[in-house]
Design a protein around this ligand. Structure first.
Ligand SMILES: Cc1ncc(C[n+]2csc(CCOP(=O)(O)OP(=O)(O)O)c2C)c(N)n1
Length: 946
């Protein structure tokens, strides 16, 4: 016997002796247990206690000791089955490997011998039994824990949750037999799943469909999840899933007509005729209203990119938004259901990030159902190369989710398990994971040859009876269906597919569904005009918001430094002068809230603000009570959520993006700690934010706040990689801006909600400018008659434009450096133009503002290195506009840092030297351009002379 076990037994024996000496010296549970085992000793103790107070227990009889030992050992064995039983489950439908016996599931491990098997053991209600023989105990445990499904739940810390599962799996409900109609329903779903794949396989030979063949049990599983959830009150299920089986789910769960899917296979679709670039069919989303047993359930499958798991947080953000829209505070009306591949679930870090959101105040969605379609392979990679742990689902343990592994060749077990998991999810509002073991009948896609890499697995698969056939035979054998009934169901399905195929030939193609439901009233954008929207607010309203912003509630012990800041803020609002960035932002939020538009801002440390600038909420210095200023403007106003997010970019941005997809009336903002960290969320930016409107006809009004600016803080605290965003700009997909005044920031934020369309807004946001004495606005800049400016002159022109010799175009913080340097030099022949919105490029406004500068040299000044920032994007655009405006020398000259591999230097002195040089470059009139102009004039004169 293992030493560990021996020591465990010694420990228990020690407890028993202690209890006998003094019953109060052991845990009450052990005391109860020992006294239940040894009634004689208990009775004697009670007698002596009443006679003469607490007393020593009599020596136990040999029989009692033996019985206690048996019980204790049996308990240890039972616990081992609860914890390790899953390791002896026949999970692989292909049965490729013998299942090794786990030593802790062997009674010998606990000191039991062969002839102990039939001795009755006292169990005190464990496994629902007062007493049983070891043989009976083991049979019962193996039936529950080592059949065709393995349950992992003993890692859950909450005793109530553990007990809930234990009672159900060990109780009768779990072994409940499905009614004949339920079984036939499973057969019908399996038949639909199988015949759909086979039909496409035959009609479009070798075409990629990422079939569900081998994992057909997914369809009855999904049906059952939706059914059980709807029985328990869920009205809306939002699904996210990868490529595998997606067409099948679209057809058989989302009930997208077969005809439409076949038309897409034939390349006959009109969805993108008017708009957009479209996407491959196994990425598309759809939604539908299903009626299940008289109850309505709305199902929606979110479109997703190839990037596996990227859709997870997006779906959950949508779920959260829908819950908020319905005021579903209990989170029992809308539920997320995510499907995963085994390799992706184990491999993609985003899974862990997404699970981590599940119980956080700002991101909780009341529990998500995770169904892993585990075909035991990832493209050509075996599990041994794909993960370190035994299961692909191990990551779920980080949130203590219950995990059930089930053999997909046993569809009744699958249905039972997903039912139970749905009940758990909705009872505890907690994520659950079902790991559906199956296989992939063909290659990764249907054109792939799997025998190249997994010959043995695929020989097995070739010989393996498909699940529908196996289940049909089983139902026939047990008499649930008659001979020929399964074949009848199959013929019916095939006939429906055939009819749909014929109908698809006639199909003119469907128009895409967009701007429906919550999006109705919004419209696609037409034309590139100023699109200012009505963003000005009357002064009284601004002051009203200002009051809420600067009022500390009676008796609230605010931090003294913050009180001083609030006083300064109040003074600025009162005088109407010197309104800073954070105040402008709060005014934008506050005015939206009272106009009926909720605001949701999330990011790392966003509540206080990374730069201690926001203080959206303050905390009582003695009891940490929280006061959220903008929640107290008026009695009837919308809700502001400012959330400190977990330290994760990809999942949080994905979540917020998802939120913005479901709710166009809320201003949704995601803030990066520094803009530099936004590239951790690159997949969401590249695959969703910038492209979704064109791939899937889905708009979003999300705002990205990305602190950006070269201030000597080194390579990872300087650049939000503006160039990357600009490179992705096309077809009017997003907006990119770098505002230089608090008022312009106020207007650009409000503009998001005051137009008839939604577009993501990427904002480079300031750091040092948050406290820069010049970077302030007047209250009147927010008031009547004002709006967002895409291009701006300097605040004060140093001379008449006719006296200028050079016009420097720039964007963002460098403007203030230029102004200071020009002042320091006492120079007045260089004027500045601020490009506040970089995309859509404000060509019309710029051309107009350039008019008075036709005689000037043009310079583009930026603080980023030449291969970064806006230069490569803007050079041609400036030239084209300048030509249009009739500028004499339309080519802009570059003044900025030289090209660089790292985003910024980490050496402060070098940073300063570069800064001085680029400012000097920008303010030195002409430079190389002088020679260029002279040359060009000479050339022109020569030509004129000819
Ligand atoms: C993030 C990401 N990396 C790589 C790929 C390429 N890829 C497509 S499917 C696949 C294998 C996925 O295996 P699994 O998650 O087990 O799902 P299965 O295809 O087996 O259903 C890979 C690597 C991808 N789509 N997304």
């Amino acid at each position: 016997m293992a030493t560990t076990d021996r020591s465990r037994r010694t420990q228990v024996a020690g407890l028993y002796s202690r209890w006998r000496a003094d019953p109060g010296s052991v845990e009450p549970a052990w005391a109860d247990f020992f006294s239940a085992l040894d009634p004689e000793a208990r009775a004697s103790l009670e007698r002596r206690e009443t006679a003469a107070g607490p007393a020593k227990a009599p020596a136990p009889s040999a029989d009692a000791r033996e019985a206690a030992r048996d019980s204790i050992r049996a308990m240890a064995l039972i616990d081992a089955y609860r914890t390790r039983g899953h390791l002896e489950v026949r999970l692989d439908p292909l049965g490729r490997k013998a299942i090794p016996r786990h030593p802790e599931l062997d009674p010998a491990y606990y000191g039991f011998a062969e002839d102990d098997l039939d001795r009755p053991i006292f169990l005190d209600g464990e496994l629902g039994l007062e007493e049983a023989t070891l043989r009976e105990i083991i049979a019962s445990l193996r039936r529950v824990y080592c059949g065709i499904l393995g349950i992992e739940y003993t890692h859950i810390q909450d005793p109530e949750q553990r007990a809930w599962i234990q009672q159900r799996v060990e109780g009768a409900q779990y072994r409940a037999v499905l009614k004949p109609e339920g079984k036939k329903q499973i057969l019908r779903h399996l038949t639909q799943a199988e015949s759909f794949e086979q039909f496409i396989h035959k009609k479009w030979v070798g075409t990629k469909r990422f079939g569900l063949d081998g994992a057909e049990a997914t369809i009855p599983a999904l049906e059952q999840i939706v059914r059980r959830a709807s029985e328990l009150g869920i009205e809306e299920v939002l699904l996210g899933m990868p490529h595998r089986g997606r067409l099948n789910v679209l057809a058989n769960v989302m009930q997208k007509p077969y005809r439409d899917i076949f038309a897409e296979f034939a390349g006959n679709t009109a969805a993108y005729d008017d708009y957009g670039s479209g996407d491959v069919k196994y990425h598309l989303g759809t939604s539908t209203d299903r009626e299940i047993d008289g109850r309505k359930v709305h199902l929606s499958l979110t479109a997703n990119p190839s990037h596996l798991e990227a859709v997870d947080p997006v779906v959950l953000g949508k779920v959260r938004a829908k819950q908020d829209l319905r005021n579903d505070v209990e989170r029992r009306k809308v539920m997320g259901l995510l499907l995963h591949g085994d390799a992706a679930f184990a491999g993609q870090g985003l899974v862990a990030e997404t699970l981590d959101l599940s119980e956080l105040t700002g991101y909780d969605t009341g529990g998500t159902f995770h169904l892993v379609v585990n075909n035991q392979i990832g493209f050509t990679t075996d599990p041994v190369s794909a993960r370190s742990g035994p299961y692909c689902s191990d990551v779920g343990k980080m949130i203590q989710a219950p995990i059930v592994h089930v053999n997909g060749d046993y569809p009744e077990a699958v249905v039972l398990v997903v039912s139970l998991a749905t009940e758990f999810l909705l009872h505890f509002g907690k994520d659950v994971i079902v790991d559906l073991f199956c296989y992939r009948r063909f290659g990764h896609n249907e054109g792939d040859e799997p025998m190249f890499t997994q010959p043995l697995m695929y020989q097995r698969i070739a010989e393996h009876t498909p699940v529908r056939q196996g289940y049909a035979a089983h139902l026939r054998d047990e008499g649930t269906i008659e001979a020929g009934e399964a074949e009848g169901i199959l013929t019916n399905c095939q006939a429906r597919l055939e009819q749909a195929f014929e109908a698809s030939k006639e199909l003119q193609g469907n128009r895409a569904d967009w701007l429906e439901g919550n999006w109705s009233g919004l419209e696609p954008v037409t034309g590139y005009d100023a699109r200012r929207g009505k963003t000005a607010v009357d002064l009284d309203t601004l002051r009203e918001v200002g009051r809420a912003l600067t009022t500390v509630p009676e008796g609230f012990r605010a931090n003294r430094k913050i009180v001083r800041q609030l006083e300064a803020k109040a003074k600025a609002l009162e005088s109407g002068e010197g309104i800073d960035w954070a105040t402008a932002e709060a005014l934008a939020f506050g005015t939206l809230l009272i106009e009926g538009q909720p605001v949701r801002l999330s990011g790392q440390d966003s509540e206080r603000g990374t730069f201690s600038q926001r203080h959206a909420a303050i905390f009582d210095q003695q009891d940490e009570r929280r006061h959220l200023f903008l929640d107290h403007i008026r009695e009837h106003q919308e809700k502001l959520e400012v959330l400190n997010s977990p330290l994760a970019e990809l999942s949080v941005l994905g979540f917020e993006y998802g939120y913005s997809l479901a709710d166009p009336r809320t201003l949704v903002l995601w803030e990066a700690q520094f803009g530099d960290f936004a590239n951790g969320a690159q997949v969401v930016i590249d695959q969703f934010l910038t492209a979704a409107e064109f791939k899937w006809l889905r708009m979003s009004g999300i705002v990205l706040l990305l602190p950006h600016g070269y201030e000597g803080q080194g390579p990872e605290h300087s650049s939000a990689r503006l160039e990357r965003f600009l490179q992705m700009c096309a077809e009017d997909n997003i907006q990119v801006a770098n505002c230089t005044t608090p008022a312009n920031y106020f207007h650009v934020l409000r503009r998001q909600m005051h137009r008839s369309f939604r577009k993501p807004l990427v904002l480079m946001t300031p750091k040092s400018l948050l406290r820069h004495k010049r970077c302030v606005s007047r209250l009147s800049d927010f008031g009547p008659g004002t709006g967002f400016h895409r291009v701006m002159y300097c605040d004060e022109l140093p001379s008449d434009p006719s006296e200028a010799r050079q016009i420097v175009l720039c964007s963002g913080k460098v403007y203030y450096d230029l102004v200071a340097e020009r002042e320091a030099r006492g120079q007045n022949d260089v004027h500045f133009l601020r490009v506040e919105q970089l995309y859509p490029f404000p060509a019309d406004a710029l051309a107009e503002l350039l008019q008075p500068y036709g005689h000037c040299h043009i310079v583009w000044c930026q603080e980023e290195p030449r291969n970064m920032g806006a230069w490569e994007y803007i050079e041609d655009l400036i030239r084209e506009v300048a030509e249009e405006a009739g500028c004499e020398l339309p080519e802009p000259r570059y003044a900025g840092r030289p090209t660089s591999a790292a985003t910024a230097t980490g050496v402060l002195a070098r940073h300063e030297a570069q800064r001085a040089e680029l400012l000097d470059d920008a303010l030195t009139v002409g430079k190389k351009a002088v020679a260029r102009l002279a040359y060009r004039r000479a050339l022109a004169a020569e030509q004129a002379a000819k």
